[in-house]
Every structure is written in structure tokens, then in C-alpha cells.
Ligand binder design. Structure first.
Ligand code: C2E
Ligand code: MG
Ligand code: MG
Ligand code: MG
Length: 286
């Protein structure tokens, strides 16, 4: 009976694996078609100054509206794009769209673009970035590239060299999702980042865990002494906003201000003298 059970479990397991693999293959096929048809969109989410809450920049975030499945999250399709190598084409496309869009925004507003570690293995990442800038006429100082710890883990010496060459082009380099890795602090020694983005999980824990407040304050203090701007991701409540201001956080990003919005909408947003959330009545706690 044990043997029969084992066989049954294995069959179920294999069927589940097949389904997962087929789902992935279907996703890959659809993603290729979407890239070819340019059926993807870049949306933008504002980053705001902690004090004035004025927009300092916007992060470009990929969106895919699948014909049958509806909206597919980048968390789901970016890994598929990375595994299949499609991320090279896709990443370059996002970069060009983002630079072109940002070139039409008011002068002080920056654009942030996420780079996949896989893009660091493509032959000419620096050239791709330089071309996107030249083609759009965007001032390099207004482009911020967000990288994750994965870039610092794999091929770290080669990748750090690429980061220096990108910096030479004049762009700014941010470390994304800071605090989630194993050795975040050592990355600050490996490369002089311009910006630290504190992971959303810390922001979420702010009202609940005293430890989170201590960690966020320590990171902000560290950033300040290194001359690095710190941004808190995922700010959703007035209480989080207040706690981050008390901690001396430089910039914030989150649904409290705006969700990622289509390009046309962000154009109106950055052109307005005051963003909608700047005139909203604040809670007493803020
Ligand atoms: P990320 O770079 O850390 O981007 C921030 C994510 O947090 C976005 O999710 C954004 O919508 C979400 N977010 C912002 N504020 C809030 C908030 O207040 N609450 C909550 N719950 N979420 C918030 P999204 O757009 O789903 O993107 C997920 C991840 O996919 C990104 O994380 C990034 O790693 C990746 N990604 C997105 N676009 C691109 C791209 O063009 N290239 C690459 N390589 N990766 C991308
Ligand atoms: Mg990011
Ligand atoms: Mg992030
Ligand atoms: Mg994140």
C-alpha cells in the first residue's frame, strides 16, 4: 500500500509540475508576442520630498495587460523575461520610453528605471543607457537607475565596474529594496550609491515594531553621514509618513501619494503646481 501511495504521490507531483511548466511556457509565448506587438506599457509612480511632498521624480514600472488573463504583475513576468533573455529587449524598451517621457517633464523631475541583473550580462548596457539619453535629449543627471542586491552578488567586480561606467555617463545609481538581502551594508562599501531605497517591509512594520523604527533611523543616519539620499518605499498611511519625517527620511514613495499611473496622467501630475496630495487635509497625527 505504501508503494502504491508513493506512486500516486509521484503522479500527482508530476502532473502539478507539468501544469506549472505549461503555464510558464504559455506565459513565455504570450510575453514574446506582447514584446513584439509592444503590448506592454510603462506606468510611473511619483517619489516625493519628505518635507514639501512635492514630486522629485517618478519610477517607471512595467505593466502588461494580457488579452485573457488581464493585468499580469511584473513580479510574475519579469522572472520569465529574465530566464528567457527577453529582459534585454524589454529593459532597453523601458529605458527608452522612460527617458523620452521624462524629457517632457519639468526640469527638476527625475525618472527612475529598474535594471535587472541579467541586463548587466548583456554586451553593452552602458551604450544602451547612453543611447536612450542621447535619443531623448534627457539630461543624464535626471536618470536614476535602480539595482538590487543581486547585481552586487553575481559577478560583483565586473558589475561594479559597469556601475562606475554608468556613473561616468552622468546617471545616478540607487540601491533598491535595501535591507532585504544578507549583506546590504557591504554593498555600500563596494559602490558609492547616490540613493538608498528602504524596502517596503520596513515601512509596513513602522507602526507595529519598535525594531523597525530603530532600523529605519539607523539606515537614514548612515545615509546622511555618507551623503546618500534615503527613500522609504510603500508609504500607505499618514502615521508612516509622520514616523518617517521624524526619522529624517529624505523622500517617500507609496500609495498614500499615488499609485503607478499611465504616462499621460503623470504628465498632468508633474505639470501641476501642486500635486493633489499636497492640498489634502492631513490627519491630526501628521
Ligand atoms: P520595485 O522596483 O521595488 O517597485 C516598487 C513596487 O512597489 C511596485 O510594484 C509598486 O507598484 C509597489 N508599490 C509602491 N508603493 C506601494 C505601496 O504603498 N503599497 C504597496 N503595496 N505597493 C507599493 P510593481 O509595479 O508590481 O513592481 C514589482 C517589481 O517588479 C518592482 O519592484 C521591480 O523589481 C520589478 N519591475 C517593475 N518594472 C520593472 C522594469 O521595467 N524592469 C525591471 N527589471 N524590473 C521591473
Ligand atoms: Mg524599483
Ligand atoms: Mg523597490
Ligand atoms: Mg520592492
Amino acid at each position: 500500500a505504501a508503494k502504491a501511495d508513493g506512486r500516486r504521490t509521484r503522479r500527482l507531483f508530476e502532473a502539478a509540475m507539468d501544469a506549472a511548466l505549461q503555464g510558464r511556457r504559455a506565459l513565455e509565448r504570450d510575453l514574446r508576442a506582447a514584446v513584439a506587438a509592444e503590448a506592454l506599457e510603462v506606468h510611473f509612480q511619483p517619489l516625493v520630498a519628505a518635507g514639501s511632498l512635492a514630486v522629485t521624480g517618478c519610477e517607471a514600472l512595467l505593466r502588461w495587460r494580457h488579452p485573457e488573463r488581464g493585468f499580469v504583475s511584473p513580479a510574475e513576468f519579469i522572472p520569465v523575461a529574465e530566464e528567457t533573455g527577453l529582459i534585454a529587449t524589454l529593459g532597453e524598451w523601458v529605458l527608452r520610453q522612460a527617458c523620452r517621457e521624462a524629457a517632457g517633464w519639468p526640469g527638476g523631475v527625475r525618472v527612475a528605471v529598474n535594471l535587472s541583473p541579467v541586463q548587466f550580462r548583456t554586451p553593452d548596457l552602458v551604450g544602451t543607457v547612453a543611447r536612450a539619453l542621447a535619443e531623448s535629449g534627457l539630461d543624464p543627471a535626471r536618470l536614476e537607475l535602480e539595482i538590487t542586491e543581486q547585481v552586487m552578488l553575481e559577478e560583483s567586480a565586473a558589475n561594479v565596474a559597469v556601475l562606475h561606467r554608468l556613473r561616468d555617463v552622468g546617471v545616478r545609481i540607487a540601491i533598491d529594496d535595501f535591507g532585504t538581502g544578507y549583506a546590504s551594508l557591504s554593498y555600500l562599501r563596494a559602490f558609492p550609491f547616490d540613493k538608498i531605497k528602504i524596502d517596503r517591509s520596513f515601512t509596513m512594520a513602522l507602526g507595529r515594531e519598535a525594531t523597525a523604527v530603530a532600523i529605519v533611523q539607523a539606515v537614514i543616519g548612515l545615509g546622511a553621514s555618507l551623503g546618500i539620499t534615503t527613500v522609504a518605499e510603500g508609504v500607505e498611511t499618514e502615521a508612516q509618513l509622520a514616523a518617517l519625517r521624524r526619522s529624517g527620511c529624505g523622500e517617500m514613495q507609496g500609495f498614500l501619494f499615488s499609485r503607478p499611473v499611465p504616462a499621460a496622467e503623470v504628465r498632468r501630475l508633474v505639470a501641476a503646481r501642486k500635486a493633489p496630495w499636497m492640498t489634502r487635509p492631513r490627519m491630526a497625527a501628521a
